[in-house]
Design a protein around this ligand. Structure first.
Ligand code: AMP
Length: 249
């Protein structure tokens, strides 16, 4: 069984984002970029399934600028077999990403597609769901455990009230949550080996998908600064303070 893993290059999760002075978006100049953390979890899960002999091939796909090759090389160093870059210098919104991934799936016929539950740059949490709708395939979002059988996958997913277990027929779409696994670091020999693994570059036009943006960003602002707290000496002072603020009667 082949597994397709879409990976997005995003601002590194350790970086504190700066908003551009004109409020048009986040400033990405000279900022460290990395693979979206939920996608690392997806790659890890796919590679573990290959190591267990459940999957035969792991294919990583990214839609983005030529620099997205970096995250594809990381996926290859983690254990993916080959990679596809669909090159676009313009930002591609989740619906268009889902349409491109649907077109890749039409060519690849993977048995399982594992995506991140969300990309941490835009926090959209849309692509997996839209992809499932476009392909009319079963989906399980926010997976914290996966068990693959011959023609189905059993997914434990994190929901508000606890855990829910779903059984999906393959092919299926799964999106990862944080607790699914702890992704490995690529070792130096594997980083070297990844350099010679196949990475195909394709154009958006190859897939006949209209990626014209449908959304317009009106304004991006920094979150409001938190006001410093006040220390109180005892409960009486706390109650008095709350009363003076009108929070307690
Ligand atoms: P989102 O819906 O944007 O929050 O993204 C959810 C997931 O879709 C990500 O974790 C990736 O697995 C996949 N994805 C989104 N954008 C891209 C992209 N440009 N290239 C590859 N995969 C993507």
């Amino acid at each position: 069984m082949k597994i397709l893993v879409p990976v997005k290059r995003v601002i590194d999760y350790n970086v504190k984002p700066r908003v551009r002075a004109d409020g048009s978006g986040v400033d990405l100049a000279n900022v460290k970029m990395s693979m979206n953390p939920f996608d690392e979890i997806a790659v890890e899960e796919a590679v573990r399934l290959k190591e267990k002999g459940v999957a035969t091939e792991v294919v990583a796909v990214s839609i983005g600028s030529a620099k997205a090759q970096e995250v594809l090389r990381t996926a290859l160093a983690m254990g993916a077999d080959r990679a596809i870059l669909i090159e676009s210098d313009a930002e591609v919104e989740p619906l268009a990403v889902a349409k491109l991934l649907a077109a890749v799936q039409a060519e690849e016929q993977a048995g399982l597609m594992i995506l991140g539950k969300q990309a941490i740059d835009d926090d959209s949490n849309q692509t997996g769901q839209m992809l499932a709708a476009l392909l009319d395939l079963p989906q399980a979002t926010f997976a914290s455990k996966l068990e693959v059988a011959a023609d189905s996958v059993t997914v434990t997913r994190e929901v508000d009230g606890g855990l829910e277990t779903l059984k999906l027929d393959l092919p299926a779409i799964v999106t990862t949550d944080l607790r699914l696994n702890e992704p490995r670091y690529a070792s130096l020999p594997n980083i070297m080996k990844a350099k010679s693994k196949p990475l195909a570059t394709r154009a958006v036009a190859d897939f006949g998908v209209d990626v014209t943006p449908r959304l317009e960003t009106l304004k991006v602002t920094e979150p409001a600064k938190r006001v410093a707290g006040v220390k109180v000496a005892d409960v009486d002072e706390l109650v008095a303070k709350l009363k003076s603020l009108g929070v307690a009667a």
